[in-house]
Write a protein that binds this ligand. Structure first.
Ligand code: ZN
Length: 440
């Protein structure tokens, strides 16, 4: 992997990496909006390569006096049979552990960069890990009562993707759909979330760049049925599922074809966290018609709105009322943590309720984890780094409040109605050239 030193991405390429990712179609084109204008260069020199990230994690572990444990939970996989990670290992997927899975402690799990082109969550994770591994009274009080496991950058292939000798992070993993490896007919359709030609939407180049490496949207590959493994299912059942337009769709869970989703799920199963947080990026909004503040983050506690029935086993999964309540409390406390007078930190919106059982958040919510989706505004490439410090803090600050709320139990006193009253996603500022929308 290449080290990224002083890499300036020219705007043609930079804007090619842009995503708007709201499902709330509320188009509002603003000519002088937040999107990078032509001829602007943005510096991405501070972003970490995979190697740089791993170096930092090892350094924090060494300095932590045993408080932090760094483990490799699994590997990304480049082989066509990516569900088997032993033969052809890609990049390591690290889990940073503060505390064990003691059921007497409160437990929170955080993942970032499930989409490789969504970097700031990982910047925030590194800041959190650094602080937790240091020796402070506040930190020690938290860790006496709360175990915190963090998986920064769970899509290392997409994060460090190269195109035409430059760093070109992408949403997708690297992996090829090969039905014959699974004993399926060669013409069996791929899971719907497969990106066959390795392409990204782009601002220029007729709206599309082909970087040429196929892969999956990892955040549709999860399933509420953790035991599901595509290679263990009846071949005819898998073929029927994939050939069906109604089943091979976002209303159903994914098939766990990626090594990455399997690895993250195995960590979730080992830890059984009370709270699960996943950090993403999205588009731009202003708070309201009256309030022009730019929305730094949207939050959500609801990513599974319906009972899920696994089509293979008939088993059903539901979000528990207590779990939903705790999720709303976690989101509400995060919202409150960012209210500071009339500053831009407080211009928070609520991401729309969605039903996506194939996302990590959806699948984990259906398995008893209270959840928080954090959606940071913009893509790193659309903002450059001019607001990185502020945006990183909109993730770290709420999470430390949540750690403290879990540690002293005060999270349970937060009124869940505060979550319901967070302003809804609205007043979206459309990217003037990229029209397509995609949920997180
Ligand atoms: Zn995302």
């Amino acid at each position: 992997m290449k080290k990224l030193v002083k890499l300036a991405v020219p705007v043609t390429l930079a804007s090619a990496m842009l995503f708007s990712s709201s499902i709330a179609a509320d188009p509002q084109t603003t000519p002088n909006g937040p999107y990078i204008e032509n001829e602007q260069n943005i510096s991405l020199s501070n972003y970490m390569s995979n190697e740089e990230l791993y170096e930092k994690l090892k350094h924090f572990e060494e300095k932590s006096n045993g408080k932090m444990k760094l483990e490799i939970a699994g590997y990304s996989n480049l082989a066509p049979d990516g569900y088997s990670t032993d033969d052809e290992k890609g990049e390591p997927l690290y889990v940073v552990k503060f505390g064990d899975n003691d059921p007497d402690k409160k437990k929170i799990m955080i993942t970032t960069q499930i989409h490789g082109n969504e970097q700031i969550g990982t910047e925030a994770a590194v800041d959190i890990i650094q602080k937790l591994s240091s020796n402070g009274k506040e930190v020690n009080e938290i860790l006496e009562n709360v175990s915190i496991w963090i998986m920064p950058r769970i899509n290392p292939e997409g994060a460090d993707n190269q195109y035409e000798d430059s760093w070109y992070p992408t949403r997708y993993t690297h992996q090829t759909w090969n039905p014959e490896e699974l004993g399926l007919p060669a013409d069996t359709p791929s899971p719907w979330y497969y990106n066959e030609d390795g392409s990204e939407r782009a601002q220029n180049n007729n709206g599309r760049i082909v970087y040429g490496i196929p892969g999956y949207d990892q955040n549709r590959d999860y399933n509420p049925n953790f035991d599901l493994a595509i290679e263990d299912l009846q071949k005819s059942e898998v073929a029927d599922f994939l050939n069906s337009d109604t089943l091979n769709d976002s209303d159903y869970g994914g098939l766990y074809v990626t090594a990455e989703s399997r690895t993250v799920t195995s960590v979730f199963e080992e830890f059984q966290p009370d709270v699960y947080v996943d950090v993403h990026h999205r588009g731009f909004n202003k708070l309201s018609d009256e309030d022009n503040r730019s929305v730094p983050v949207q939050l959500a506690a609801v990513v599974a709105t319906q009972e899920y029935e696994d089509p293979f086993t008939g088993k059903t999964y539901d979000v528990d009322d207590d779990v939903l309540k705790l999720g709303k409390q976690v989101n509400a406390l995060s919202y409150l943590a960012l209210q500071k007078g009339n500053s831009h930190y407080g211009a928070i919106q609520k991401y729309p309720d969605v039903n996506l059982p194939g996302t990590a958040l959806g699948a984990f919510a259906l398995n008893d984890a209270a959840i928080m989706l954090i959606e940071i505004k913009g893509q790193s490439q659309t903002l450059g780094q001019k607001q990185n410090g502020m945006l990183t803090q909109t993730v770290t600050q709420p999470l430390f409040e949540v750690f403290e709320g879990l540690a002293d139990g005060s999270i349970h006193n937060v009124d869940p109605q505060i979550y319901d009253d967070i302003p809804k996603s609205a007043n979206r500022i459309s990217d003037p050239t990229t029209r397509e929308d995609k949920a997180f």
